[in-house]
Write a protein that binds this ligand. Structure first.
Ligand SMILES: Cc1cc2nc3c(=O)[nH]c(=O)nc-3n(C[C@H](O)[C@H](O)[C@H](O)COP(=O)(O)OP(=O)(O)OC[C@H]3O[C@@H](n4cnc5c(N)ncnc54)[C@H](O)[C@@H]3O)c2cc1C
Ligand code: FES
Length: 329
């Protein structure tokens, strides 16, 4: 059941305010850590009392830094072959993860994180279980904004980029019932789609609904590079085909995207060619996550000259207007 705290979240988001909520250091309690694919997990963290109130106000696109330095490694047989050499590396820095869902139940807030096992910290993350404590700094960064006058939003994700867009889908459908929301979810192959849907349920047809988006009433279109599910090809080609088939006014549409940098660069290009508004959630290696170390620079176009300038992914982002980012791929 929703409470006042959840209503507050919606009001902040509707006002189009992308300023970060008050960041803090929290001790969260793990309620679920479930494997949903070969390398994919869903972690649910529980926050109580005053902490719950702060987390309830976080916006889609914001993220948290998790401390996994003291978390145990899984047994040797559970360590993927390509991570054996790096598994025992010391984890000095916190790692950033986006919010894939935020749910308020009474005086508790539950935050979901979808994560992929790619290195020593995410490998350790697989060993936390219900009842464990995790140190979290958040909510960090800005969030996605909804400009006025839009009627169609296209959510374009690649791989793990689906996490923040799932939370965005939830908030958009709850707060903007007049908006049509369509999700494009891409991956190299069907087994790399970070969803709980059983792979044998993934149809070869366009228009297949992923359960995670369908529960918000959002149509989803799957694209895999190898054609093992949905559209055969890059999710950006799938997006282009969709845009070609639908004659819609550019001013009515907005694209939100999160995923690998090459995909974001192509999404920005598509938006530029078709004069569409577009917001991108960028990723950088992050040391502090709070604007102090300057390790997360994103090259952007300066507003008053042809020069470029650097913004901080953790503080000025991670969400950027696609028109301001300079990609150098
Ligand atoms: C704002 C933000 C939100 C994120 N949200 C999520 C999320 O919701 N779920 C999720 O699974 N991951 C997310 N990530 C990525 C996640 O932080 C990294 O995968 C994490 O650092 C992995 O730590 P590790 O020790 O397991 O692997 P590492 O050893 O740190 O990294 C493994 C490999 O991935 C590369 N890598 C790690 N982080 C990045 C990055 N930010 N940009 C480019 N390459 C990188 C490294 O170069 C290395 O090759 C997010 C990153 C950012 C910046
Ligand atoms: S991570 Fe330190 S400034 Fe962004």
């Amino acid at each position: 059941m929703n409470t006042i705290a959840e209503k507050k979240l919606n009001e902040t988001f509707m006002a189009g305010s992308c300023s970060p909520a008050n960041k803090r250091l929290f001790s969260a309690v793990v309620s679920v850590n479930k494997q949903i694919g070969r390398r994919f997990f869903r972690l649910e963290l529980e926050f109580s009392a005053a902490d719950a109130e702060v987390l309830a106000n976080c916006q889609p696109g914001q993220f948290a830094q998790l401390d996994l330095s003291a978390t145990a490694l899984p047994p040797a047989e559970a360590i993927p072959e390509n991570l054996v050499d790096v598994a025992s590396r010391k984890i000095l820095l916190r790692r950033p993860f986006s919010f894939a869902d935020v749910t308020v139940k009474g005086d508790k807030t539950f935050v979901d994180i979808l994560y992929c096992v790619v290195g020593p910290a995410s490998l350790r993350m697989t060993t936390v279980s219900a009842g464990d404590s995790v140190s979290v700094i958040g909510p960090l960064g800005n969030g996605f904004c909804v400009p006025e006058g839009k009627s169609i939003t296209l959510l374009v994700s690649g791989g793990m980029g689906a996490g923040p867009l799932l939370y965005l889908a939830k908030v958009l459908t709850a707060d903007y019932p007049q908006l049509e929301v369509i999700a494009f979810a891409g991956a190299k192959t069907a087994s790399q789609l970070p969803f709980e849907a059983r792979l044998d349920e993934i149809s070869q047809q366009l228009g297949f609904s992923l359960g995670e988006f369908a529960k918000y009433g959002v149509e989803s279109i799957v694209a895999t590079d190898d054609g093992s599910a949905g559209f055969a090809g890059l999710v950006t080609n799938c997006l282009t085909e969709w845009l070609d088939r639908h004659t819609l006014a550019a001013k009515d549409m907005i694209i939100y995207s999160c995923g690998p940098e090459a995909m974001l660069a192509r999404v920005a290009e598509i938006a530029e060619e078709r004069k569409l508004d577009c917001q991108l959630s960028m990723e950088r290696m992050m040391a502090c996550g709070i604007g102090l170390c300057q390790s997360c620079a994103v090259e952007c176009k300066a507003t008053d000259s042809s020069e470029t300038t650097y913004k901080l992914c953790c503080k000025d982002g991670p969400v950027f207007n696609s028109r301001e980012v300079t990609f150098s791929l």
